[in-house]
Design a binder for this molecule. Structure first.
Ligand SMILES: Cc1cc2nc3c(=O)[nH]c(=O)nc-3n(C[C@H](O)[C@H](O)[C@H](O)COP(=O)(O)O)c2cc1C
Length: 203
């Protein structure tokens, strides 16, 4: 079922009101490293004895490829004053460009980039995944944690509000290009679902 464009706008407006924290997810595999600005990340369990994280990454992004191959990532929660770093990791893909160059990192096994300057960091090991076309969801155990301050986290709303129009336009174009690329994958995933996996149609 396709929503009218008016309804689509309303959905967009509703979700724009929801505040999300801005993270940088980094990963590495066989000498390649990268990272991405991410907001689709949350705690995935209420069991404090085994903290888990759920992150949704677009499969066409370089960072997703590194997570897929290595099975691990580090998630860095940004401070309110780190808007420029969020832009750095969002603006272009790291496929042909080392986004970590010049940034201070702590040494880690397997070359996993651990950014020194952030509000908090969790290092995670993937234990399950689900590909849904436009996003692949990774469930991961937190295997290490580092809290680096108690400043306020950067939120997507504050970040967008401070972006100049030219940058906002650039992100809009990037998003449209991603959607176009990912739409067939999502259609393929949906058509591959067996009848038992689908919610019954109402009507
Ligand atoms: C506010 C914001 C949040 C984002 N959240 C995500 C996300 O949760 N998952 C994702 O795959 N991409 C997300 N992106 C897009 C990536 O940051 C962007 O496409 C990046 O260039 C990908 O880099 P890579 O190809 O090096 O991984 C977000 C972008 C912005 C501006």
């Amino acid at each position: 079922m396709m929503l009218s464009s008016g309804q689509q706008d309303r959905v967009r407006v509703i979700f724009r009101r929801v505040v999300r924290e801005v993270w940088i997810v980094t990963a590495a595999y066989r000498g390649h490293r990268g990272g991405s600005t991410v907001t689709w990340l949350s705690a995935a369990s209420i069991d404090a004895a085994q903290p888990t994280v759920l992150v949704g990454l677009a499969p066409n992004h370089f960072t997703a490829e590194l997570v897929e191959a290595s099975g691990e990532f580090a998630a860095h929660l940004l401070r309110e004053d780190q808007a420029e770093l969020a832009w750095h990791f969002a603006a272009i893909s790291g496929r042909n460009h080392d986004k970590l160059a010049g940034l201070e990192c702590e040494p880690a096994a397997g070359g996993l980039p651990l950014l020194r300057d952030c509000l908090a960091r969790v290092t995670c090991r993937v234990y399950d995944r689900k590909a849904t076309g436009d996003r692949t969801y990774y469930w991961a155990d937190v295997v290490d944690v580092r809290e680096l301050g108690n400043a306020r986290p950067l939120t997507d709303q504050a970040w967008f509000a401070g972006l100049p129009d030219s940058r906002r336009r650039m992100l809009g174009e990037q998003l449209l290009s991603d959607v176009e690329q990912q739409r067939p994958w999502q259609a393929e995933w949906r058509s591959s679902l067996s009848a038992g996996d689908r919610r019954p149609e109402r009507g």
